[in-house]
Write a protein that binds this ligand. Sequence first.
Ligand SMILES: [Zn+2]
Length: 209
Amino acid sequence: MDTTNFIRMMPKIELHAHLNGSLCTKSIEELCEELYGVNSNEKVLLSKELVFDGGNLDQCFLKFRFMHELTATKKGLQLATELAIRDFAKDNVIYLELRTTPKKNSEMSKEEYVKNVLEAIERTKKIESIHVSLLLSIDRSKSVAEAEETVNIALQLKNTYKDIISGIDFSGNPKLGNFMHFIPVLEKARKNDLKLALHCAEIHVPCRI
Ligand SMILES: [Zn+2]
């Protein structure tokens, strides 16, 4: 057995998976084809965008933009969730902690966004041999009020989906927002038995952490 296959077959746990950053290139193309069609303009544009050149932090966040567009509908969001789990299961990940920021748009509220992800997780877990937990992400570039809304959604849905919702993630562009402002909201989450996963000090800006 070669090294690549040996590593792929090893059982693994994945504790740092952002939904929009977890699909392999082939799956992103599959998602785009499913939503827009094989020969669509969107597919042509996406193929150009998918050429990742390493880039800097700003370019990296720019690359997430097309994933936000692909997951802006219920169908796109559910399919992206299913494909992400399938990709991890293919690599023999047996425990996955998936995280995503609830997003509101013309098609769904933030709560509906989370419910769509949860439904897709429940469906996929029946097909793949993998345990999936979900963390709801607080985007540090947004307001503290929005962060509290995210914690409240997690608390509302925790009882119904107690095997899936495990906690709150704090993430987003480290050049924006201030970690200190979010401490009361994070404490509220922890007091209510939600686990915390924090991104902080990713860049050297001491006043923002
Ligand atoms: Zn992260």
